[in-house]
Ligand binder design. Sequence first.
Ligand SMILES: Nc1nc2c(c(=O)[nH]1)N(C=O)[C@@H](CNc1ccc(C(=O)N[C@@H](CCC(=O)O)C(=O)O)cc1)CN2
Ligand SMILES: Nc1ncnc2c1ncn2[C@@H]1O[C@H](COP(=O)(O)OP(=O)(O)OP(=O)(O)O)[C@@H](O)[C@H]1O
Length: 184
Amino acid sequence: MTDKPALRARLRAARDAFAASGGSFDVPPAFREQLAEKSIVATYHPVGGEADPSGFDLAALASGGELALPHVVDRATPLRFLHWPRHAELVRGPFGLWQPHHDAAEVVPDIILTPLVGFDRAGNRLGQGAGHYDRAFATHPAAIRIGIAWSVQEIDALPVDPWDVPLHAIATEKEWIVPVDARS
Ligand SMILES: Nc1nc2c(c(=O)[nH]1)N(C=O)[C@@H](CNc1ccc(C(=O)N[C@@H](CCC(=O)O)C(=O)O)cc1)CN2
Ligand SMILES: Nc1ncnc2c1ncn2[C@@H]1O[C@H](COP(=O)(O)OP(=O)(O)OP(=O)(O)O)[C@@H](O)[C@H]1O
């Protein structure tokens, strides 16, 4: 299967079925190592069957880091990462998201944790299709890009478009995947 909309439908269904069966996540040691030097972590507030990144959030705070959340206006407008003191009140946004108030401080993330719809072992990513993270990665090329997903969201090879920016690592409930091209 090569078209993104069809893959998205299939992988969302696999994600939601897996999440409903009660998956859980440990924070990979390799993520903790990255926190030594990287302090501003853009996380996300999970919706539906998305894997919950709270363990990553706590690890970032425990190492002295700060959190940010994406703020979205609509499909066409690029997202902004806004500072989020954990437990600060969130406001309901589009797509059923919870996000910081629009006048929270904008930050430049060192690490971007990205919820995935799908992924492959080469670090290619399938998202929601609005291009929010594609554009954020283009705006913040120095940030470390870490995808978070359930293992059932993996496929052999995703179709790749010219604007797709590969991930540096993918965390699932089973493993920490570092694509060959992202190894140093
Ligand atoms: N938790 C979370 N926050 C996020 C994202 C995300 O995917 N998940 N985003 C990712 O870019 C950005 C928001 N952009 C989005 C763009 C489109 C849709 C969307 O089409 N949602 C579908 C249902 C999705 C599903 O079941 O997976 C919908 O509302 O019908 C969602 C978010 C930033 N924040
Ligand atoms: N750097 C960019 N600047 C402007 N538009 C972009 C950029 N990158 C991607 N886009 C647009 O965003 C859309 C992304 O579609 P695609 O199906 O690849 O999204 P996706 O893989 O689900 O990722 P995302 O999570 O970013 O939505 C395309 O219409 C593309 O033209």
